[in-house]
Design a protein around this ligand. Structure first.
Ligand code: SF4
Length: 364
């Protein structure tokens, strides 16, 4: 373990390296705090290459925080469709309203004020304060955690609160005053491009001579990883219900998993229940209608962060009952070609290609 002048050496080497090696990313070409905030939210749990097109489209559509605050929730979700973790979009939208209302439309500079915004935690507050405003605030994300655990050869579990506290402290100690903007980005960049989870590129790393894990040949063992448990798997059924050439879709409640998105009615199959029985029960519970099952359409596999599903889609016709929202907040009968106008979860979208434009002959 080292301190004092060695810390200065780490930051000097890292800053020099970043100056020459920083990737040209769209959110690095701007100093607009709103654009940086949008990028930081999109980059949570999501790869840079996935984020790029979403970032550009989102800013084209909502170029300022005021435009975002005025947008309808549906149009914000539509722009987020496919990016996942939809609570980020809902929180971004709520936070925009709060910035307009409480901060006169200006993104706050101070970490404590940023922390009052929906969806902004310690990491995001530090990232916005430092990258947008060059405030001396540290950041610790997955990449920084990996670099620090290796640099300081931290062998304890980085998810424990004691080690998390230590990582934040170290990130703060390493931060050179007045250079938070490049330094924090340099730490994250090193983790993303050199200090990789597997096979880190130590031979080209600017910190190789100071890195304790490199010295002891323990790079691949750190940070300590939790043993991965297999994801629980669920069977889910959904109904593509036709009536007079239109399809019935409904909108999920605003909060919780996939909140505010549109979907085909359906839900989880109970243990011992047949797919068909589950389908009829779920549609009845959700919308109060009875369906006639015409045929299985397609089965798609999809994984979320904490579970995986096999999604069985059936073509159905409407048999009886006027739809009423019981387990949803809205419903619509739409033409098959209009489905693309609504924000659907990725698993539902995988069904689109199997949906006939008219439904089969036995449609009502
Ligand atoms: S020397 Fe290797 S393990 Fe150490 S910080 Fe650099 S890339 Fe990571």
């Amino acid at each position: 373990m080292y301190a004092g002048p060695q810390y200065k050496k780490v930051s000097a080497l890292l800053l020099r390296w970043f100056d020459k090696n920083a990737r040209d990313l769209p959110w690095r070409r701007t100093t607009d705090p709103y654009a940086i905030w949008v990028a930081e939210i999109m980059l949570q749990q999501t790869q840079v290459d996935t984020v790029k097109p979403y970032y550009d489209r989102f800013l084209d559509r909502f170029p300022t925080v005021r435009r975002l605050a005025r947008a309808r929730p549906d149009s914000v979700l539509k722009m987020w469709e496919g990016l996942g973790y939809y609570c980020r979009a809902r929180n971004l939208h709520r936070a925009a309203a709060s910035i307009v209302r409480d901060f006169d439309g200006h993104i706050p500079h101070a970490r404590d004020e940023l922390l009052t915004l929906p969806g902004v935690g310690l990491y995001t507050a530090g990232a916005i304060a430092s990258i947008a405003f060059n405030r001396d605030e540290p950041v610790v994300d997955g990449n920084v955690t990996r670099v620090l655990c290796r640099l300081f050869r931290i062998r304890q579990d980085p998810r424990s609160s004691r080690i998390r506290k230590r990582l934040w402290h170290l990130a703060g100690e390493l931060l050179p005053a007045g250079k938070a903007r490049p330094f924090n980005q340099a730490m994250m960049e090193l983790g993303a491009t050199v200090c990789l989870p597997r096979r880190p590129l130590c031979q080209v790393c600017p910190l190789r001579r100071l890195c304790s894990a490199n010295e002891h040949g323990e790079q691949e063992k750190l940070p300590r990883r939790a043993s991965k448990k297999p994801l629980p798997r669920h069977k889910v059924v959904v109904a593509v219900i036709y009536r007079k050439g239109r399809i019935l879709i409904d909108k999920r409640k605003p909060d919780g998993l996939l909140g505010g998105l549109w979907e085909f009615p359906g839900g989880k199959v109970r243990s011992g229940e047949s797919l068909e029985a589950a389908l009829r029960r779920e549609v009845r519970e959700e919308l109060g209608v009875e369906v006639r099952i015409v045929r299985p359409l397609v089965t798609v596999q999809h994984s979320y962060s904490h579970f995986a599903i096999a999604l069985h889609a059936f073509e159905c016709t409407h048999a009886s009952g006027r739809p009423r929202c019981r387990g949803c907040v809205d419903f619509k009968w739409v033409l098959p070609q209009q489905l693309k106008n609504y924000a659907f979860p990725a698993a539902n979208k995988k069904i689109f290609a199997a949906i006939p434009r008219q439904g089969s002959k036995r449609r009502s």
